[in-house]
Ligand binder design. Structure first.
Ligand code: SF4
Length: 466
């Protein structure tokens, strides 16, 4: 099956021509469907389609076939059911984050699209979330009967600047100053004293603090509650929101709930593989991917409508961000994926950890060529670990993080490993600040707040006020 799946991608050009011919001529047979009746026709088409598409495409029968837009590679084979490009966890050998033995489906998509010589620019193609009512039904029959279940590939225009009041972090982003954000993990407790103590390290040093949402698929206090507590205590919070644990109803409810508690800024993420966390037996949701989540959040704000189309009584005022990972394959497609997120609604971007400024330079060259740095603010993720052992563990076990061996060795050979880690962080910040288009730094480090606050001050990103 898998061998044939690769064959289909290699022959995507020819298969697309077959598909187009089918799409053109099949509706002429809709009279036969009417004669046989919808139900009997489905019984006839379904087993044939399942066998043929299963054999050639490893098709999972979502009932809204997107093969002609995805280079004849079925996106339903993706471990996170992504519909709009790769997640940040693709492995260095191009293996899938969730199923390492499988090549990332989205690398196959890119290959197939090249062979199809698809003229539609990849960044403008936004596949809507799967409509679960069509799952397991025949797409062929929908084409013959000219029905509407097929996914409409949306082509969205660049983000319009909307007139609405702007607050803390959004204003900082618009000010043009070099930005500083930091990531904080919520506590394993309803008592937020420790969270506030850790946040206090950054008072006056950062433009916003991200509150993670089950980072690494580990359970903590919810990001909505954490962001609300920070906001109530005078901090500017960015609430991270993943698709791993919520379907489209829950995510919209949480966006409105957080906005009701004064939280304005959201980082829209797909989420890490659930099997890497502390509840590996739990069911991952992935009803949406980060691109769809951005589109839905933007719809709440700009159109005042739920994803269903139902009107809200009042639209929330949201400032939306997304993540990017320039440090893992497919390197060439990472900028396309970034543009897709900007088209979907991202106004700021925070990247994965950067331990290799050279890779970031390559990424930013393409970002500038496409003018993306002028359409959103790009903050580069940086951080330090206290030991070489920690760095090596991160490189081996945290999907999407690239730590060059020479960085690990430099820390391992140092007498004071924590100090060396901090030195590397300061050097990285200095190197990244010089890259045109980089709008700020996003500092990360699990329960390492004191060191990160020192690094912000020592690097000259901000001055500590006594
Ligand atoms: S690496 Fe990510 S995007 Fe690629 S197939 Fe696996 S889960 Fe999907």
């Amino acid at each position: 099956m898998k061998a044939l799946r690769h064959w289909s991608v290699r022959h995507a050009g020819g298969l697309r021509r077959v598909y187009e011919a089918f799409r053109r001529y099949a509706p002429s047979f809709d009279g036969v469907v009417r004669l046989m009746g919808r139900e009997r026709s489905e019984k006839l088409f379904l087993p044939l389609e399942r066998v043929a598409k299963g054999l050639f495409f490893d098709c999972q029968m979502c009932g809204q076939c997107a093969l002609s837009s995805t280079g004849m590679a079925c996106p339903e084979n993706c471990g996170k059911e992504m519909r709009n490009g790769p997640c940040g966890g693709v492995r260095p050998d191009e293996g899938c984050e969730v199923m390492p033995e499988m090549r990332c489906v989205w690398l196959e998509v890119a290959e197939g699209r090249k062979r199809m010589a698809d003229e539609a620019p990849a960044e403008s193609l936004l596949l809507p979330p799967v409509d679960q009512r069509y799952r397991g039904r025949s797409t062929w029959l929908q084409i013959v009967a000219s029905e509407n279940g097929l996914p409409v590939v949306e082509q969205r225009a660049a983000l319009r600047a909307l007139e609405r009041p702007k607050y803390g972090f959004e204003r900082a982003c618009e000010s043009g100053r070099f930005l500083v954000t930091v990531e904080i993990t919520p506590p394993d407790s309803p008592d937020c004293t420790d969270l506030l103590k850790r946040a206090a390290y950054f008072r006056g040093l950062v433009d916003a603090m991200n509150i993670t949402d089950g980072a690494g698929a580990n359970c903590h206090l919810s990001s909505v509650a954490g962001a609300a507590v920070l906001t109530a205590n005078g901090h500017t919070a960015v609430c991270q929101m993943t698709c791993r644990d919520r379907n489209r109803l829950a995510v919209q409810g949480d966006l409105l709930g957080a906005a009701a508690l004064g939280v304005r800024n959201f980082l829209c993420l797909t989420g890490d593989d659930i099997r890497n966390g502390d509840h590996p037996g739990a069911k991952a949701v992935f009803d949406l991917d980060a691109v769809s989540l951005l589109g839905i959040a933007r719809g709440l704000r700009d159109e005042g409508r739920f994803a269903s189309g139902r009107k809200l009584d009042a639209a929330p005022n949201l400032f939306l961000g997304a993540a990017a990972n320039p440090f893992m394959p497919p390197y060439a497609d990472r900028v396309v994926n970034l543009e897709k997120k900007i088209n979907a609604g991202a106004q700021f971007i925070q990247t994965q950890f950067c331990f290799d400024p050279g890779l970031l330079e390559n990424f930013m060259r393409e970002v500038r060529a496409r003018g993306l740095h002028e359409r959103c603010r790009i903050l580069v993720g940086v951080g330090a670990l206290r030991s070489a052992k920690g760095l090596r563990w991160m490189a081996q076990h945290v999907p999407g993080v690239h730590v060059p061996e020479k960085v690990i060795q430099r820390v391992a050979n140092a007498q004071d490993q924590a100090l060396e880690g901090k030195k590397i962080l300061l050097e990285t910040i200095a190197a990244l600040r010089g890259i045109e288009g980089v709008a700020g730094m996003h500092l990360m480090g699990y329960k390492n707040e004191d060191m990160l606050a020192d690094a912000i001050a020592e690097s000259g990103l901000r001055t500590r006020v006594a």
